[in-house]
Design a protein around this ligand. Structure first.
Ligand SMILES: Cc1cc2nc3c(=O)[nH]c(=O)nc-3n(C[C@H](O)[C@H](O)[C@H](O)COP(=O)(O)OP(=O)(O)OC[C@H]3O[C@@H](n4cnc5c(N)ncnc54)[C@H](O)[C@@H]3O)c2cc1C
Length: 346
């Protein structure tokens, strides 16, 4: 899986790890940069423009490894190759059970275990039928594959493709030495997303490698992702942009908010549940809600309206949308996006 990183994500890295774009480029974490983008209806290019801010591209293996090393350098113990299989409560203690027979006890637990989270399944067990149904209804499926750069060197900008799926889109993202082609869409709005992906690859005559499949939470963010002292962050709580499907920023931001809430609980006896929810309401949910409202409008325009009208809409609103994706403004075009940028730690 590859990553496209807008400015709002990089600002968090700068704040927490003191790594700016230049150092991320020097260390190879950022391997490509684009200042323009293209929009397609099926295989026909319908819009292209320069962007007010560049998009940066990274290989997720490098990016995740970089984060892991930064965390280890602070003295955190990391157990690799060990799978969490369940949780048990024992009075005040939370016991974490692993596939190797391990049992770890803690007072606070953060579930950062992605879309198939064991921790979420523990908190929202089968008895939470409504919540589990909502979660399933909001899942998207994504397929992704890699293409060699030399054969397909005509894509130097991130390119988005509409018309192949409902409530979703296809993409081609450039990296230094490869291209990444993908498609992602809400399962409930599509019949066979895999077939749409094959059609997309065929139309563009893309000679691809193996195809990988993933699940993405797509608008099904959980509004109370906490039980006592067990907190969910990132994909495990569904914190993914409901318009773009981009989730690295939200994973970082919710981690920052969770860490602060736990710190305040330990040092000032704050109620961790109340504080986490309060801060999510301030810093995260408003933007997720605006993005979800906007996506209904944008995806229905993209699939139903005449593309002559869509071109006019893009000319008028594309800059605002790109600024919102970068966190330079809000998806609520009437508001500033300071809640996305403001540091949580005072
Ligand atoms: C095809 C695709 C393309 C994407 N492109 C972008 C993009 O360009 N930009 C962007 O911002 N976002 C993108 N996303 C979304 C982004 O990848 C996620 O939102 C982000 O990785 C979420 O981070 P996370 O830490 O919450 O979860 P994850 O990155 O999924 O990490 C979860 C971690 O928990 C571990 N884990 C899971 N279960 C267990 C267990 N039982 N025991 C122990 N460990 C466990 C996993 O091994 C993994 O290391 C994309 C997603 C997909 C599927």
């Amino acid at each position: 899986m590859e990553g496209c990183s807008p400015s709002r994500q990089l600002k968090i890295l700068e704040r927490i790890f003191e790594k700016d774009v230049r150092s991320l480029k020097t260390s190879g974490v950022i391997n490509f940069e684009a200042n323009s983008y293209e929009i397609y209806w099926k295989s026909e290019k319908v819009h292209e423009d320069r962007m007010p801010y560049p998009f940066y591209f990274t290989d997720r293996l490098y990016y995740d490894h970089f984060l892991l090393e930064e965390v280890k350098a602070t003295g955190v113990t990391v157990l690799e190759g060990c799978k969490v299989i369940g949780l048990r409560r024992d009075g005040e203690k939370i016991n974490v059970l692993t596939d190797e027979g391990g049992r770890f006890s803690c007072k606070y637990l953060v579930g950062a275990d992605g879309v198939t989270s064991v921790v979420r399944k523990y908190i929202f067990s089968k008895s939470h039928r409504k919540l589990n149904n909502e979660w399933k209804k909001g899942l998207a499926v994504a397929f992704e594959t890699f293409l060699k750069r030399e054969k397909t060197n005509n894509f130097n900008s991130p390119s988005l493709f509409f018309g192949y799926v409902n409530s979703g889109y296809g993409w081609i993202f450039p990296n230094k030495d490869k291209l990444i082609a993908g498609i992602g869409a809400l399962v409930k709005k599509n019949e066979l997303i895999y077939n749409s992906f094959k059609e997309f690859l065929r139309d563009l005559a893309l000679n691809h490698d193996k195809i990988y499949a993933y699940s993405i939470p797509f608008g099904n963010f959980i509004t109370g992702p906490i039980m006592d002292r067990i907190l969910l962050i990132g994909d495990s709580a569904g914190f993914v942009d409901p318009f773009t499907g981009e989730g690295i920023f939200y994973a970082h931001r919710s981690a920052e908010i969770a860490a602060y809430s736990i710190y305040e609980s330990i040092t000032r006896n704050e109620n961790v549940s109340n504080l986490y929810i309060q801060l999510l309401n301030k810093y995260l949910y408003p933007e997720l809600r605006h993005a979800k409202k906007l996506r209904s409008l944008i995806y229905s325009c993209a699939s139903h309206l005449n593309w002559r009208i869509n071109r006019l809409l893009l000319k008028r609103f594309a800059d605002k949308l790109i600024k919102a994706v970068h966190g330079a403004s809000s998806y609520n075009f009437l508001k500033s996006a300071s809640s996305l940028r403001d540091p949580v730690w005072k």
